[in-house]
Design a protein around this ligand. Structure first.
Ligand SMILES: [Zn+2]
Ligand SMILES: [Zn+2]
Length: 148
């Protein structure tokens, strides 16, 4: 992704905070991040981007459909790059671990359901909640929040 171009195509100026935040998502190390996590990563290097700016930029990027915002079951929203809604999520309600999956049959069924009810689908978000392998095992819960 050419970040400055992506921003311009969405009608946003390529300001430093926008570019830096998108770089974090693009480097792929952390696919799902809350605003706090974005802030902490930005500040691994000297940076004067404040938390309020991080929040504002994240919401602008969601409005521009470059990022997607997911609430899952926690009060904290998690952001990720918009990949056209091509994956769904499994969420561990015990440790917060997130897994992504893609199931063509499921995608197809969702489209069918929408069509039957006369809806033109714009986007979708499907989250399944449960207990991850670790939390279900004798080993007990995994360390809190380890997102992929
Ligand atoms: Zn778990
Ligand atoms: Zn995801």
């Amino acid at each position: 992704m050419d970040i400055p171009k992506e921003l311009r195509d969405s009608g946003l100026k390529a300001t430093l905070p926008r570019v830096r935040i998108l770089q974090l998502f693009q480097d792929g190390q952390h696919k799902h991040m809350s605003a706090d996590e974005v802030y902490l990563l930005l500040h691994r290097e000297p940076s004067d981007i404040g938390l309020a700016t991080v929040y504002r930029v994240l919401m602008q990027l969601v409005d521009a459909r470059i990022l997607v915002r997911n609430q899952f079951e926690s009060p904290v929203a998690v952001f990720e790059l918009n990949q056209g809604g091509l994956h769904d999520h499994l969420v561990c309600t015990s440790c917060g671990q997130l897994e992504e999956f893609c199931d063509d049959a499921l995608e197809h069924r969702q489209e069918e359901v929408a069509r039957k009810l006369g809806f033109a689908l714009r986007e979708h978000s499907l989250s399944l909640y449960g207990t991850c392998v670790r939390c279900a095992s004798e080993a007990g819960p995994s360390p809190k929040i380890r997102r992929s």
